[in-house]
Design a protein around this ligand. Structure first.
Ligand SMILES: Nc1ccn([C@@H]2O[C@H](COP(=O)(O)OP(=O)(O)OP(=O)(O)O)[C@@H](O)[C@H]2O)c(=O)n1
Ligand SMILES: C[C@](O)(CO)[C@H](O)COP(=O)(O)O
Length: 256
């Protein structure tokens, strides 16, 4: 038994996948023969730092995810619960599901739609929480990113070109000491003007005194969002497996 804080991963799968336009939520689409959500859960199941996993799923598909969990033999999954109407409400539901954990324990919030996250990234996120109350995985932007405003005669115009060297694209997991994220969400849920697109942003906005640490991520940790992204994820998965095989060739005489 580890002496450190308990680490709970919450896999957020409460979205319907409107942009994907598939008949069922995109996290159930097959990726290399297994549902996307199974890959996402598997990364945390394989992470030695993680003690427990909760899954938040679109209400009518909770039973389907329970079957996926049982068939895959995921031993760390303690509950599959309904998500909320927005991603932020699903994150809040995940925090409510961890009510019996201590403020000093850790929670990792992860998009089910990011099936290619690697256990090494999960480990880096947990390590960062040894030094900060909040930490999110992110990558630099290869593109110049601009802020837009309404154009003088219609359309959009550029209002600002922020210094790209200081911009990052946020991914997940985003990890927190539970006491920190609980306080931030208490304030956020009481704010009628709450607008949030990720959980680090909630902590930054409602607990500005907390440092939110950046954990260097990987370009391959894509969010399957639009039609065509599953094919991109398949290609990346094949490439990641090929690299892993080169780094750790099978032992002589061992069949794979
Ligand atoms: N009410 C919601 C909305 C989103 N999510 C989850 O948050 C992650 C990122 O959201 P996104 O990619 O936007 O997924 P969807 O909301 O399903 O997609 P869309 O916006 O196209 O409907 C996904 O794993 C999604 O299931 C969630 O748990 N609960
Ligand atoms: C949390 C997130 O994945 C960070 O990039 C992203 O903001 C989720 O956005 P979505 O519109 O809910 O997909």
């Amino acid at each position: 038994m580890s002496a450190g804080p308990r680490v709970i991963a919450a896999v957020l799968a409460g979205g319907v996948g409107a942009r994907m336009g598939a008949p069922a939520p995109k996290q159930l689409l097959p990726l290399d023969g297994r549902p996307i959500i199974e890959h996402s859960i598997a990364a945390f199941e394989a992470s030695p730092e993680v003690d427990e996993i909760v899954v938040l799923m679109v209400g009518e598909y909770v039973g389907r995810v329970e079957e996926i969990v049982a068939d895959a033999g995921f031993a760390k999954v303690s509950a599959v619960l309904p998500g909320g109407a927005t991603r932020t409400e699903t994150s809040y539901a995940a925090l409510s599901a961890t009510a019996s954990a201590a403020d000093s324990d850790l929670v990792l919030l992860h998009d089910a739609a990011r099936p290619l996250v690697r256990p090494a990234t999960v480990a880096a996120c947990v390590r960062a929480l040894g030094e900060a109350g909040a930490a999110g995985v992110a990558v630099p932007s290869a593109d110049t990113v601009v802020r837009v405003a309404p154009g003088r005669s219609g359309g959009e115009a550029i209002a600002a070109t922020p210094d790209r060297s200081r911009l990052r694209r946020m991914q997940t997991p985003q990890g927190f000491r539970l006491g920190v994220v609980r306080r931030a969400y208490e304030r956020a849920m009481a704010d009628p003007d709450l607008v949030a697109t990720d959980d680090c942003g909630v902590v930054l906005r409602y607990l500005p005194e907390e440092e939110v640490r950046i954990v260097p991520g990987e370009e391959t940790n894509i969010k399957v969002t639009n039609p065509g992204d599953v094919e991109v994820a398949e290609t990346l998965l094949r490439r990641m497996r090929a690299h892993a095989a080169v780094e750790a060739p099978p032992e002589a005489g061992r069949t794979v």
